[in-house]
Write a protein that binds this ligand. Sequence first.
Ligand code: NAP
Length: 248
Amino acid sequence: MKVLVTGGSGRLGSELLPLLGSTTDVHAPGRASLDVTHRASFVTAAVDAAADVILHAAAYTDVAGAERDRDACWLVNVVGTRNAAAAAEACGAKLVHVSTDYVFWGDRGGYAEGDTPGPVRNYYALTKLVAEEAARRTARHLIVRTSFRPRQWPYPRAFTDLYTSQDYVDVIAPDIAAVAANALAIEDEVLHVATERKSVYELARRRAPDVQPASKAEAPVALPDDVSLDVGRWRALRAQLMTPGGRA
Ligand SMILES: NC(=O)c1ccc[n+]([C@@H]2O[C@H](COP(=O)([O-])OP(=O)(O)OC[C@H]3O[C@@H](n4cnc5c(N)ncnc54)[C@H](OP(=O)(O)O)[C@@H]3O)[C@@H](O)[C@H]2O)c1
């Protein structure tokens, strides 16, 4: 199976490439040869690669920067995903689009795939939600909502009152690689790929035992209470894929 990956130099993409390379034929052109905002070069790359799957992980991810430069964020996240959809249509590929838990408001947590998203808390989240709708325009698509942190906890403190199902990128990436490798056989249109609900402090302590507890009330921006995703559907699917005769 041939997989065209965008965003291969990013935090998630750089974890995904070696994982995907062991089971699929991966093409991961960098931005210099495949700028996702240029439709023609995206379509050409997909057709030349004869892609069966386009794993679209490229995005404008600077949440604070997006408030200052909305045009740049919209161009990469919305126009770039429209172009990914056009590229998938052009070569008959399935589009696996990487999205975020930020499409939910984050007041109650436990969000399932079918729950109504929004309202959103920032411009980045708005573009990611609109991008999901762009991805849905493709005949065959799979929207993967996820959330992850770098391999090492980067701060001295972590919030005890903010709940999430995110995990470290090296924990999440193998699951997303498995989704991509099995994408043609997955019937769902949306999948939540994350781990169990926990506080951000609890997550931080796993890799930074000395991290200090803090409250999100101290943060300079308003933060949600609970953005955790219901990952039951992915857990069931993963168990099925891992069974003898399964596909993963
Ligand atoms: N980080 C998180 O916590 C988080 C949470 C939920 C969902 N996500 C989603 O997960 C995906 C990957 O995020 P990440 O954290 O790995 O992102 P990242 O580290 O910021 O990397 C972004 C990637 O997109 C590429 N890119 C940006 N603009 C491009 C353009 N015009 N043309 C081609 N490539 C372009 C970058 O290439 P360059 O190296 O050339 O800049 C880089 O490879 C994104 O869809 C993001 O929205 C992230």
